[in-house]
Design a protein around this ligand. Structure first.
Ligand code: NI
Length: 393
């Protein structure tokens, strides 16, 4: 089966490159991927898949029913959105949509998803079970996966696989990760309420700016002294506002930030931990705090069995030296985690680096993906999918 999948993917590669360049030249922002979604639906229909549009607002679902007796359904997820970045690559197929760019490789993901559908639909009579393709909108704003799940896209799905490009891994190689791949990302807002007064008479006021400084310092220090250092937490205050005049003590300061963590127990404990520290500091100086802790997306925790499925399939396809087992997770966030709340799964990192040039990071205006990665992605996922019904109990 690997030979057949590779041969079909090789034959399709020029067409897939053409598709990818089309997506790259026509990027659409999160929640606005109408043309991309219509294109995806057209290709899936032409492959004979049963297609449902407008799932999770703009998402597309394609069902490929196998001919075997295995009733289990495997899902493959790809995302379609681009970023509000002005492209600076000089590619002949650079963005035609000013200020919008596929700088996170979702054009590659969409193409890989379509490539798998094109390959496996030609091998349908040998597919033991059913495959569901999820093309989601709005990953960059961490919303699309939740919309898909709310619309029932995970109903009847037993396991799910996902892929994300990675510029620091060379093209034609890939990385799998056992356990945590990305972090939980939560939003934090703290409004400190003190009391205004004359800048020369601090004893008659409650200085919210000085108290805010204590709060920020205390939170950073408390991470190092109260959190298990083997379970990382990053707390970044990215916004601070308060005060109106140099000689007037500020009565209110607003802090806003992001909180990243990997371990589920840490993630669970964070809101109370932050509240206790902030409230105690504010109380000791007579101020109050209003704390809003909003849970964002959880950490992507890759299932070991499904990760092994991808790893073994990739090693068989490409050889051991092209398959890395990634030693470290990232503290970035990925809404693939929303699917994993419904079914176990695994997401891997597809190398798109080109050893002959600089490889700027994701979300950079000069980010470029080596297109040979499309073939690697299609074969790895198509073969992993086929092996799923043989190797996963
Ligand atoms: Ni991305």
């Amino acid at each position: 089966m690997l030979t057949e999948i590779k041969a079909l993917a090789t034959e399709l590669q020029p067409r897939l490159v053409e598709m990818r360049r089309h997506f790259h030249a026509h990027p659409e922002l999160s929640g606005q991927e109408h043309q991309t979604a219509a294109y995806v639906a057209g290709v899936l229909s032409s492959c004979g898949l049963q297609v449902t549009e407008e799932v999770g607002k703009i998402g597309v679902v394609g069902e490929l029913e196998g001919t075997g007796a295995d009733s289990r359904r495997l899902a493959i997820r790809t995302d379609m959105d681009a970023l509000p970045i002005t492209e600076r690559t000089n590619l002949t197929f650079a963005s035609n949509n000013p200020g919008v760019m596929h700088a996170c490789g979702h054009d590659i993901h969409t193409t890989v998803g379509l490539g798998i559908a094109m390959v496996l639909s030609q091998l349908r009579d040998r597919l033991p079970g059913n495959l569901r393709f999820l093309f989601q909108s709005a990953e960059e704003i961490a919303q699309g996966a939740g919309w898909m799940v709310a619309d029932g896209a995970m109903e009847g799905v037993d396991h799910i696989l996902g892929v994300h490009v990675f510029p620091s891994i060379p093209a034609q190689s890939l990385g799998v990760r056992y356990g945590a791949l990305t972090a939980a990302a939560d939003d934090l807002e703290i409004i400190i309420q003190g009391e205004s007064g004359h800048g020369a008479r601090p004893h008659e006021a409650k200085d919210a700016i000085w108290i805010a400084a204590q709060v920020i310092t205390a939170l950073q220090q408390a991470i190092s002294r109260t959190q298990n250092p083997l379970r990382p937490v990053v707390l970044t205050i990215g916004e601070i506002t308060g005060g109106r005049a140099p000689n007037v003590i500020a009565d209110q300061v607003r802090l806003a930030g992001t909180v990243r963590s990997l371990h589920p127990e840490t993630h669970q404990a964070l809101p109370n931990w932050i509240e206790t520290i902030v409230n105690n500091i504010c109380a000791s100086y007579g101020a109050t705090a209003q704390i809003t802790y909003a849970r964002g997306i959880p950490s992507v925790q890759n299932d070991p069995t499904l990760t092994q499925l991808i790893e073994e399939s990739a090693v068989e396809a490409w050889g051991r030296d092209r398959v890395q087992v990634l030693p470290e997770p990232s503290l970035g966030a990925e809404d693939f985690a929303m699917y994993l709340a419904n079914a176990p799964g695994s997401m891997f990192r597809l190398g798109v680096g080109n050893p002959d040039r600089a490889n700027p990071p994701l979300h950079h205006p000069s980010f470029m993906a080596d297109e040979s990665a499309i073939h690697t992605g299609v074969v790895t996922l198509a073969y992993s999918a086929w092996r799923y019904w043989q190797h996963i109990d």
